[in-house]
Design a binder for this molecule. Structure first.
Ligand SMILES: Nc1ncnc2c1ncn2[C@@H]1O[C@H](COP(=O)(O)OP(=O)(O)OP(=O)(O)O)[C@@H](O)[C@H]1O
Ligand SMILES: [Mg+2]
Length: 591
């Protein structure tokens, strides 16, 4: 039985973290489906190997697509409305100037030849299906490979039910080694315990376990991960008594039941601290690093310092996935996360853990909001990007009735970043909710909400809403004494077409328009250092122009990140030169 692992290569898809076992028949079959159909959906219960199969096929098919292949992970999404924006982000399509994200995507992908892997569609099925149907109709060279527990049900879809791994045909070493399920067990047992060897004495127990676990890869991995402490015979004996895994033949439970039982069995074997951490981990979405896990989840009775050991222990039991790198990242497979979420709900800790998540998100967003006008903006933007799935979950929880005020502050603090990074749908959704709450005591927060909402409305072509939001936002910024925000609002209002409530050439940036604050590029990307400098000019304190200098010094030649500050800082230099003699303008370093 073959196991393989593709090496790291130039690809829009993630590298495989462990060897792939078998699937010799399925890989060419799905590949073929993809040749004939423009939408192929791999279906099957949680943990049956849909994602692994999809990614392997996508890697093989990628060279045939001029613009490559991209993975869109939908599992971390809590709101179907954000499906188009998530796809746009994964495909590097800016939401700028879109009537709707779907229409914008269709326009951007009209000429692209790309394979889009849509992973875990089941919980946003309708939204994913709607988007796929529209893009297939409008973008002739785009194909979709979706994974879902249910089919998408779109025209032209080809459904490929992912079968379980092949079971041993017999109880001998040979039969186990020749089967997919047996090979997966042995490979993972050896990874967990290098001394593990497949012997005559163990073969029958392994064959029996594979069959009890219905050839479900996730269940087999979880069982094999126990090999350092339990031999296959002991393991099989323990599984024997576990509810849900008992019956065989006609009474065999459905595959998802045996998986659920196995996840629950693995959970029951954890010690109390591991169980508690696993349950708490269910609130973190997407991939997270140790720092976030410690900060959010390391509360009584778990000490933050204990989290790293517990994570390693859960990873060793295949309950947590690990991606090595300069910053190691962790995540839960969706099946495990859902199980863990159920345990969290039963533990009585759910509200507390969500509150910690919200507190962490607020802390990061407040720091980032301040730092986004400094030379540290790229680092903070990267941190927000890395944590965005969990931050979104915190927003949903807050606005879902638990902590609307905190949700409003979180949205307000993220507004600048959302707009600067063209996350307009997300900004629009959360800031609109925030704006609908009674106004807060702090006008600075309201200004962030309103001006962010105005820009997102503008970019999503909801022009009629943009102007009044910007005007209200400017009034709030003035009350709050926050000139940077005011600049953002003014530059929006200075687009002449705005007042007429329609988009067109006259809505473009017009440098000669009265009220417009002369642009550095960051003026169109939120309030960067250049904007901070321009604010100084706006409010008659041109010395603020000096804030652009540190960023100018750190500017990268490729124009990425702080490099965006380069033209702004240069511009400020010009301003300073023009106004030479102005005492505060000399507060920046000499050129
Ligand atoms: N053929 C295979 N060889 C090796 N490992 C596999 C194989 N298929 C699946 N696995 C492993 O089993 C686990 C579950 O697989 P995967 O995540 O692909 O399941 P899934 O059907 O996508 O589940 P979900 O519905 O929860 O998203 C993963 O750890 C995966 O690496
Ligand atoms: Mg999956």
């Amino acid at each position: 039985m073959q196991t393989s692992r593709l090496s790291q290569r130039q690809s829009g898809l993630p590298a495989e973290l462990s060897s792939l076992v078998g699937r010799a028949a399925e890989i060419p079959a799905v590949f073929e489906c993809l040749r004939t159909a423009r939408v192929v959906t791999l279906t099957g219960p949680g943990g049956c190997g849909k994602t692994r199969l999809a990614l392997r096929v996508a890697v093989l098919a990628e060279p045939g697509f001029g613009n490559g292949a991209r993975l869109v992970e939908l599992a971390p999404l809590t709101d179907p409305a954000l499906v188009p924006a998530s796809v746009a982000q994964a495909l590097d399509v800016s939401e700028r100037d879109m009537t709707t994200p779907t229409a914008g995507l269709a326009r951007a992908l009209a000429d692209r030849e790309v394979l889009v892997v849509l992973d875990n569609c089941e919980h946003v099925l309708e939204a994913a299906a709607g988007l796929v149907a529209e893009l297939v109709a409008q973008c002739p060279r785009v194909r979709f490979l979706a994974t879902s527990r249910e089919r998408l049900d779109v025209p032209g879809e080809m459904v490929f039910p992912v079968p379980p791994l092949g079971l041993p045909e017999g109880a001998s070493v040979r039969a186990v080694a020749a089967s997919e399920a047996g090979t997966l067990f042995v490979t993972r047992a050896r990874a967990a315990s290098p001394a593990f060897a497949l012997t005559d004495g163990d073969a029958a127990a392994i064959a029996e376990m594979c069959s009890r676990l219905d050839g479900m890869p996730l269940a087999i991995e979880l069982a094999a991960a126990r090999c350092p402490v339990l031999g296959p015979v002991q393991l099989a004996a323990r599984l024997e008594g576990h509810p849900g895994l008992l019956s065989g033949g006609a009474a065999r439970p459905e595959r998802h039941r045996s998986l659920e039982a196995l996840v629950s069995w693995s959970y029951d074997l954890l010690d109390e601290a591991e169980q508690r951490l696993l349950a708490r981990l269910s609130v973190l979405r997407g991939r997270f690093d140790l720092e976030v896990a410690e900060r959010v989840l390391g509360s009584e009775p778990l000490a933050p310092e204990a989290v790293v050991g517990l994570l390693a222990s859960l990873a060793g039991k295949s309950l947590v996935q690990v991606q090595a790198g300069p910053v190691v990242r962790y995540w839960l497979l969706e099946t495990v996360r859902q199980f863990a979420a159920g345990r969290l709900a039963a533990s009585g800790e759910e509200t507390a853990v969500h509150t910690w998540l919200l507190e962490w998100a607020l802390e990061v967003a407040r720091s980032a909001d301040d730092a986004l006008t400094s030379a540290e903006r790229a680092g903070w933007s990267d941190r927000l990007t890395a944590g965005q799935a969990s931050i979104r979950a915190a927003l949903f929880w807050a606005f879902g009735g638990q902590e609307p005020e905190a949700g409003r502050e979180l949205a307000a603090r993220l507004a600048r970043w959302w707009i600067a990074t063209s996350r307009y749908s997300e900004a629009g959704q959360f800031l609109t909710t925030a704006a609908s709450l009674p106004a807060p005591a702090d006008p600075g927060l309201q200004a962030r909400v309103l001006i962010g909402a105005a820009w997102s409305a503008f970019h999503l072509s909801d022009i009629r809403r943009a102007a009044p939001l910007a005007a209200d936002g400017i009034a709030c910024s003035q009350r709050a004494g926050e000139p940077q925000l005011e600049v953002g609002g003014r530059n929006l209002l200075a687009r002449p077409g705005l007042a007429r409530g329609r988009r067109g050439p006259d809505c473009r940036r017009n440098r000669s328009q009265p009220g417009y604050i002369r642009p550095g590029r960051s003026g169109s990307r939120g309030a960067g250092p250049g904007t901070a400098g321009r604010c100084g000019l706006l409010v008659g304190r041109p010395g603020r122009a000096g804030t652009a200098w540190p960023a100018r010094d750190r500017a990268r030649p490729d124009g990425v990140g702080p490099g965006r500050a380069r033209p702004c800082a240069d511009h400020m230099g010009n301003v300073r030169a023009r106004r030479s003699g102005h005492p505060t303008c000399h507060s920046g370093r000499a050129r």
